[in-house]
Design a protein around this ligand. Structure first.
Ligand SMILES: [Zn+2]
Length: 394
């Protein structure tokens, strides 16, 4: 069997040197990460976060009520061609950034069509969003769609569950319906939890019969859900940009989500931010950024790896992009390009710009959305860390 030789390897979060590992081809790379990065929460249809320069919010409910949108989110979701293009670009970007597993919320129809159409894709978890708001799906609607698409969910590549937007926007009855649905389809249930407000008591009070359901809470900024057996996908990038906060205690985080892959990149692209925030617990952070997502969604990671040319410092700071990406033993990115189409990360980002221009034209008020990126999140991470060190010293 062919082997990849690596000067250094990050294996299940541990940094090791001079490794040889089975792979589909005989090659040498400076650094290999196995499995690849996992991104446990991404909104592929979000191209406008309603950011107001200079403004931060206290919590998600406040942000959703007072943000300034220049593109109509519901129209983007209902434009199935556009919504599906955005999902397709997210999946391609994920691979080119070394993200070998990604969980997508939002439009089920758009996301699964993108998944089916692509030749190369990461392991994908589809969590269609349900809430009581005009234009959004209900658990019954997801159940109908699931019947149409369940045939694709047969292997270790595609897992289908449901995503409850939040306790407030779904309500107790819809949360119960979604739990029942997750149990019926044996899929995971995702939910935004404690995004700036304590919600643990309310969640315990509003949910029931969770014993047989895998729950992945997203954000968990204010509460620790680990004693309830609930996994926690932390999204430090968007949390820093919206609230200037992140979860400082890695112990209650099980994995990381990008939240806004079009602004911030997927978790493979955000590894510099994660290592900046958790540099004191690097191995644990790397475990959660790689294996963590596979454990959250109970997916196999055998045959998944990402390889780089460059120093381990360059890889961990996000300065170099993957040369090779392998999913389930199959090469999907070679020499930094998708194998079937030859597209590079630059090509995908250019295509994204064109799609966003179209969305501004057709679904917007003629202005481009305010775009805060990964550099802004890293800058805030440094500031927030400095402030917390200062307050500890006092
Ligand atoms: Zn989210």
């Amino acid at each position: 069997m062919p082997v990849i030789e690596a000067g250094a390897a990050i294996v299940r979060g541990r940094v090791l040197f001079e490794r040889r590992m089975p792979a589909p081809l005989n090659e040498y790379y400076d650094v290999v990460v196995t499995p690849g990065f996992s991104d446990t929460h991404a909104h592929p249809q979000v191209i406008d976060a309603g950011i107001i320069p200079g403004v931060t919010w206290n919590n998600s409910y406040e942000w959703l009520l007072t943000r300034r949108m220049v593109i109509d989110e519901a129209s983007v979701r209902n434009d199935i061609g556009l919504a599906s293009s955005l999902a397709g670009l997210t999946l391609k970007r994920a691979l080119l950034e070394g993200t070998t597993l990604i969980a997508l919320t939002g439009s089920f129809d758009a996301n699964i069509k993108a998944f089916v159409r692509l030749k190369e894709r990461p392991r994908t978890v589809l969590l269609p969003t349900v809430m009581k708001k005009r234009g959004w799906a209900t658990p019954n609607g997801v159940a109908d769609a699931y019947r149409r698409y369940a045939k694709y969910a047969r292997d270790d590549f595609l897992r289908i569950g449901v995503f409850v937007h939040s306790i407030k926007y779904a309500g107790r009855d819809m949360l119960h319906e979604a739990i029942q649905l997750a149990m019926r389809i044996r899929g995971p249930l995702g939910i935004h939890l404690s995004e700036g407000v304590p919600e643990k008591e309310e969640f315990i009070d509003s949910s029931c019969c969770l014993d047989n359901v895998r729950v992945v809470g997203v954000h968990c900024l204010n509460d620790d859900y680990s004693d309830l057996g609930i996994r926690c996908s932390s999204c430090p990038g968007s949390n820093l940009l919206l609230y200037e906060k992140y979860v400082p205690s890695l112990g209650r985080v099980t994995s990381f989500g990008s939240d806004w892959p079009h602004f911030l990149g997927t978790i493979g692209g955000q590894i510099g931010l994660i290592t900046e925030l958790y540099r004191d617990r690097l191995s644990e952070a790397l475990f959660k950024a790689t294996v963590g997502g596979y454990l959250d969604y109970n997916l196999n990671y055998s045959g998944d790896l990402v390889a780089f040319d460059g120093s381990i410092r360059d890889v961990l700071s996000g300065r170099v992009k993957p040369r090779l990406v392998v999913v389930n033993g199959i090469v999907v990115v070679y020499d930094g390009r998708l194998v079937s189409t030859g597209e590079s990360l630059g090509d995908v980002l250019k295509a994204l710009d064109e799609v966003v221009d179209y969305a501004v034209e057709v679904h917007g008020i003629g202005e481009k959305p305010v775009k805060l990126g990964l550099e802004d999140a890293v800058e805030r991470a440094r500031r927030v860390r400095r402030a917390s060190v200062r307050s500890e010293a006092r």
